[in-house]
Design a protein. Sequence first.
Length: 125
Amino acid sequence: MSNAPHPLLVLVAGPYRSGTGDDPAKLHANVRAMNDTALVLFRAGHLPVTGEALALPLLETAGSTGPGDPLFQEIFHPIAERLLTRCDAVLRIGGPSEGADRMVAQARAQGKDVYTSLAEIPAAR
């Protein structure tokens, strides 16, 4: 990794529901994969964030009954979309995901950097 001039705020985007059948253990595994990646970014000097880190507590507070319910639709992707406007870049991880691919497309439309591996992201000084 080369040196970035400053720490980047990086949205880690990967599958959450895709391929899980909404199985709680599989959903948890997908969140864990994003968090594991975020930890590596943090240790490289960046400020990583996931939409799930913000959305899931709000969904619980709002009384969501599970993925796909009306509260999920209101909060889950919209919070990531709002968050993306503040981020410097997106790191796309994992397998197929309509939501993560949407974050990548929006990042590109906003002129933000999009990375597909940790090795592409310069370390912060």
